[in-house]
Structure formats: structure tokens, C-alpha cells
Write a protein that binds this ligand. Structure first.
Ligand SMILES: C[S@@+](CC[C@H](N)C(=O)[O-])C[C@H]1O[C@@H](n2cnc3c(N)ncnc32)[C@H](O)[C@@H]1O
Length: 263
């Protein structure tokens, strides 16, 4: 796992305009939208332009997608601060070793950010989609929110970008929408899918065969649409029934559009 020194920018003292007074900085959770930088909000751009630190989560040795989206607005390595997860898909999320490593990682990151906030510097955490929707930002927010001023900048969610690019309205009339992580057990997926009008299934990865089977069991396979990298380079949209393989990258989801009232 990365040590505290890895979290810090090359030379924080060189960051211009950092206040010296004992006024704390603000923690921003910045929604970066679904991928296409044109979907950044005006507020997000304002915060990106002004924050002292631009923090993003990533896989070790890789650039995070949220940071890539920000390239359209700011390219400033001195403000960039990467937080590399100790694990991504190497261990199951309920493995005690995974939980302990992630918890330590967030504790350590929060302590480093707290030092910067205490020094009066504003810290922006770049979050894919919306920060409060399955966002890693929430784990830092939970640790810091009672000690520092916080502003969350909402973002266009990944699912919103995906159903827009798929050209499929997701809910009509009284349709009930259910959002499901593909990591749930097969039986739970079938039960939830059978009880809803419309669905979004996220975090597909290696779970796509299970999701495909659950959709078939719930009688929804014919309506399901697979969207990969919605609004990003490499976008791919196809009816799930016509997708010939079960490969699904991190940025992919299945949409089941509702069929509710259409006067
Ligand atoms: C940890 S969740 C983060 C969700 C994010 N906070 C949001 O508001 O969309 C990550 C999952 O979001 C989905 N996702 C987010 N953006 C996407 C995109 N542009 N295309 C396809 N799937 C996307 C994928 O299912 C991915 O596994």
C-alpha cells in the first residue's frame, strides 16, 4: 500500500496562493460526469480551476478516469494528487483482508488531506459521475465532514449518460426504477429484477454471465441494453441478447428500460 509520502504532491510549498492563516480549507467532492468533459457542470469547472489540490482515485500505476476527464479543463501536475487503491479486483470485497486494507487506505488518505485542509488549502476530490452515488469520495467525506467545510458538486451520473447515449428513456409514467450492483447473488438479482419496471445493473465486470442469466429468468433479457464506456472514447451500445461474449470492462452497465404509461 502507498505510504503517506506517496499521497503528497511533489512540493506542496510551491503551490501558489496557499493561505498561511489558521483558516481551514474546504473539502470538495466534484462530480465529473459520465466521461465526456462537455457534461461537466459550470460549478465543477470553477472548483477545478481554483482548488489547491486535485485528488483522484486510481489503480496503482494508472491514471484515474476522473483525472482524464479533468484534462479538458486543467493540466497542472503540481496540483495533481493520486490516491492508488491497495486492491481493486484482486480480493472479494467481503474478504477481511480487503476490508482492513481499504479501511487503512482511507484512514491514511483522510489524515493526509486533513493536514492540507488544516493548512488552509482547498482539496477537490474528483469523482466519476456523481460523488454521492456509489462514490469512493463518500469514504473520505465520512471521515472528514465533521471537521472541515464541505461542498459536494453534483454530477451527471454514469447511468444518465448511458441511457442518453443508448437513446432509451428509462422510466415512463409510474415506472419504478431499481438500481442494482451486479455483485449481488443470482437469486437476489432475479428477485429484484422480477419486482421492478425498469432497471440499471452496474459494476458488471466478471458478473455479466450471472446478470444475463438473472435477466433471462426474470423475463427481461429481450429488453436489456448493454452500454460500455458511455459518452467516452470507445463507447459501445448493443442489445444484450446480441452481445456475443460476456466480457465487460469496469465502465459498463445493463439498462432495462421501463414500458410505462405513454398517453
Ligand atoms: C463505483 S460506481 C461509480 C458510479 C458513479 N459515481 C456515477 O455516478 O455513475 C462504478 C460503476 O458505474 C458505472 N459507470 C459509471 N460511468 C459509466 C459510463 N460512462 N459507462 C458505463 N458505465 C459507467 C459502471 O457500472 C461502473 O462499474
Amino acid at each position: 500500500m502507498d505510504g503517506p509520502s506517496d499521497f503528497l504532491p511533489a512540493d506542496p510549498a510551491e503551490i501558489p496562493s496557499a493561505p498561511k492563516a489558521a483558516i481551514t480549507g474546504t473539502l470538495y467532492g466534484v462530480g465529473m460526469g459520465p466521461g465526456d468533459p462537455d457534461y461537466l457542470t459550470v460549478r465543477a469547472v470553477r472548483v477545478l480551476e481554483r482548488a489547491h489540490h486535485l485528488v483522484h482515485f486510481c489503480k496503482a500505476g494508472r491514471r484515474g478516469n476522473a483525472r482524464t476527464i479533468a484534462d479538458a479543463v486543467v493540466q497542472d501536475p503540481a496540483r495533481e494528487w493520486a490516491l492508488a487503491y491497495p486492491y481493486t479486483t484482486e480480493l472479494p470485497p467481503d474478504d477481511p483482508a480487503y476490508v482492513a486494507a481499504l479501511s487503512g487506505f482511507y484512514d491514511e488518505a483522510a489524515a493526509c488531506l486533513a493536514a492540507e485542509l488544516n493548512a488552509g488549502r482547498d482539496v477537490a476530490i474528483l469523482s466519476e459521475g456523481d460523488p454521492f452515488f456509489y462514490g469512493s469520495f463518500m469514504h473520505l467525506w465520512r471521515r472528514l465532514k465533521d471537521r472541515f467545510p464541505v461542498e459536494v458538486v453534483p454530477g451527471v451520473t454514469g447511468m444518465s449518460g448511458c441511457w442518453t447515449r443508448a437513446g432509451t428513456p428509462i422510466t415512463w409514467g409510474d415506472d419504478v426504477l431499481t438500481v442494482l450492483p451486479a455483485t449481488l447473488p443470482h437469486a437476489t438479482l432475479v428477485a429484484r429484477l422480477s419486482a421492478t419496471d425498469a432497471a440499471v445493473v452496474m459494476k458488471l465486470g466478471r458478473h455479466l454471465p450471472k446478470v444475463r442469466a438473472a435477466l433471462a429468468e426474470a423475463g427481461l433479457l429481450a429488453r436489456a441494453v448493454y452500454v460500455e464506456r458511455g459518452t467516452m472514447e470507445g463507447e459501445h451500445v448493443v442489445p444484450l441478447a446480441e452481445k456475443p461474449d460476456d466480457r465487460a470492462p469496469y465502465f459498463s452497465m445493463v439498462l432495462v428500460p421501463g414500458e410505462g404509461r405513454r398517453p
